[in-house]
Design a protein around this ligand. Structure first.
Ligand code: ADP
Length: 179
């Protein structure tokens, strides 16, 4: 079943559900630096895409934190997967905010280069990597909205749980009131 849209404005949607079910042209993977698969959303994407995804990832030579690399989507509905490596939260002492912003920026830049017209993001770094969800939501919305000012692409922020949707909605509301 399609994931439920709980908020939408112009080219931005907040969605609740499983990113592997998304029918956008690209989905984003919160990967680890090996790009060879892991737990959380990464594991779910690799399971659904099939072993061919790992084979292609193996040819990429890993990915640095804050960077992004693109592959095909194989058995996913999405044509592409953009793999980005979020920062592990270390109490804010290791440029985590800058690195998380870089994940969104580099991913969107790659999407543009490939002419991608719709893309779905998970809440990068907010699971096993421990980034505070409210701060992560603020960075995600800021970067995406900045990009949308100058680019015509549909961005869906996919939340696996209701708590994450609340953080996105709070940031979007704040922007509407004071932005
Ligand atoms: P990270 O290591 O970057 O923290 P995780 O996969 O542990 O990555 O978590 C990132 C976010 O993705 C979390 O908010 C988690 O709840 C969410 N998530 C996990 N599985 C899925 C899924 N199938 N679809 C969408 N989001 C998911």
């Amino acid at each position: 079943m399609a994931n439920e849209v709980i908020y939408s404005e112009e080219n931005l949607e907040v969605v609740i559900g499983d990113i592997t079910e998304e029918e956008t042209e690209a989905i984003v993977n919160a990967a680890n630096p090996t790009l060879l698969g892991g737990g959380g959303v990464d594991g779910a994407i690799h399971r659904k895409a099939g072993p061919e995804l790992r084979e292609e990832c193996r040819t990429l030579g890993g990915c640095q934190t804050g960077d992004a690399k693109i592959t095909r989507g194989y058995r996913l509905k999405a044509k592409y997967v953009i793999h980005t490596v979020g920062p592990v939260w270390r109490e804010g002492s290791a440029r985590e905010e800058e690195l998380l912003a870089s994940c969104y920026r580099k991913t969107l830049k790659l999407a543009k280069e490939y002419g991608i017209k719709s893309i779905s993001f998970p809440a990068i770094s907010t699971g096993a990597y421990g980034f505070p969800k409210d701060q992560a939501a603020e960075i995600a919305v800021r970067e995406v909205k900045g990009f949308l000012k100058e680019n015509d692409i549909l961005v869906r922020l996919v939340c696996f749980d209701k708590e994450t949707t609340q953080y996105y909605l709070a940031v979007l509301k704040k922007l509407r009131c004071y932005g």
